[in-house]
Design a protein around this ligand. Structure first.
Ligand SMILES: [Zn+2]
Length: 254
């Protein structure tokens, strides 16, 4: 007896994987640029989409590739406006696409993908000693000039007996996710500290970031040695000057 074929393929559950099941396109069915479609979804929810905001919830599977196509098209227009002969200059022939991929898939990727999943461990040994993680390499960009910000981060955590602990490598993954967006350093460290407080619920959390800002070195004042250092102290690190001193003494910023 022949079995009846289902009329339509079973719908796959929505999953944020780039480039599956759907052909990437930089326009939607009605010809609107993909960025406009995404922007309308965000505005419908009255959400914010500043340079340092994560908008993964508004992006559907396969759309990131379409966004790369759209950015590449517009980056090509920028190169043309800069009067660069991308047709005959073999070095800049595919620059627009390379830059588009670099922005969307690498250096600004923390805007477009979901927060890394965290395995949380209960604090079974009821640790309540200072933990220091770092230096974690930071690669970010300033939202004023889109110039690189290269630096390091140290995180101090004073867990409570009720804290959920996360694996060491997850501190790097979370830091990368927050930093891979155009932003300013002062806001980035606060965002990271907020997130760690929410996830771990510690008695105290401290974040120190020390970075070179290429908008001071490559352009502007061209001061090669200037660095920016920011620290955020929360909870016990704010109230207990001994704890703060211990943390600052233990991190080796040399
Ligand atoms: Zn800048």
């Amino acid at each position: 007896m022949p079995t009846k074929k289902p009329a339509a393929a079973k719908k796959q559950p929505a999953k944020k994987v780039v480039g599956v099941n759907k052909k990437a396109s930089s326009k939607d069915d009605s010809g609107l640029p993909l960025s406009v479609v995404i922007r309308r979804r965000i505005e419908a929810q009255k959400a914010r989409f500043h340079a340092n905001d994560n908008i993964a919830a508004f992006i559907q599977p396969g759309e990131l590739e379409g966004l790369v196509d759209e950015v590449a098209e517009k980056m090509q227009a920028v190169l043309e406006s800069l009067v660069i002969d991308t047709e005959n200059d073999h070095n800049t022939k595919n620059t627009s696409r390379r830059v588009a991929k670099m922005y969307v898939q690498e250096v600004f990727n923390g805007r477009y993908v979901d927060q890394p999943t965290l395995t949380k461990f209960p604090n079974v040994s009821r640790l309540n000693e200072l933990m220091i993680i770092g230096p974690i390499t930071v690669r970010s960009a300033c939202s004023h000039h889109l110039c690189p910000i290269m630096g390091r981060i140290w995180i101090g955590v004073l867990p409570s007996k009720e804290s959920a602990l996360i694996g060491l490598s997850k501190y790097s993954r979370l830091t990368e996710w927050v930093m891979c967006r155009p932003q300013i350093q002062e806001e980035a460290v606060v965002e990271l500290a907020d997130m760690l407080e929410r996830k771990i619920k510690p008695i105290g959390v401290a974040v120190v970031m020390d970075a070179d800002h290429f908008c001071m070195q490559w352009r502007g004042v061209k001061d090669r040695d200037s660095k920016m250092i920011n620290s955020v102290m929360r909870g016990a690190f704010l109230k207990d000057s001994n704890l703060r001193r211990e943390f600052l003494a233990l991190i080796d910023r040399k």
